[in-house]
Design a protein around this ligand. Structure first.
Ligand SMILES: [Zn+2]
Ligand SMILES: [Zn+2]
Length: 59
């Protein structure tokens, strides 16, 4: 079987854990539309995120 390395690895932007299969929030950077994911824990704590693409930070 072929193994895909691009298997939609989704990491929390704030704490970096793998959030695939968890109740995480997905949204796009308001500046550059980069896809950003945040885990339920960080969402609950309203942790800041920083876009890895343009450096935009937001709640
Ligand atoms: Zn997190
Ligand atoms: Zn951005």
């Amino acid at each position: 079987m072929s193994e895909s390395k691009q298997n939609s690895r989704q990491k929390c932007i704030s704490c970096g854990i793998n959030i695939s299969g968890t109740n995480a929030a997905a949204f796009n950077c308001p500046e550059c539309n980069h896809a950003i994911y945040r885990c339920a824990k960080c969402r609950k704590q309203s942790n800041l995120y920083e876009c890895p693409d343009c450096g935009f930070t937001g709640p």
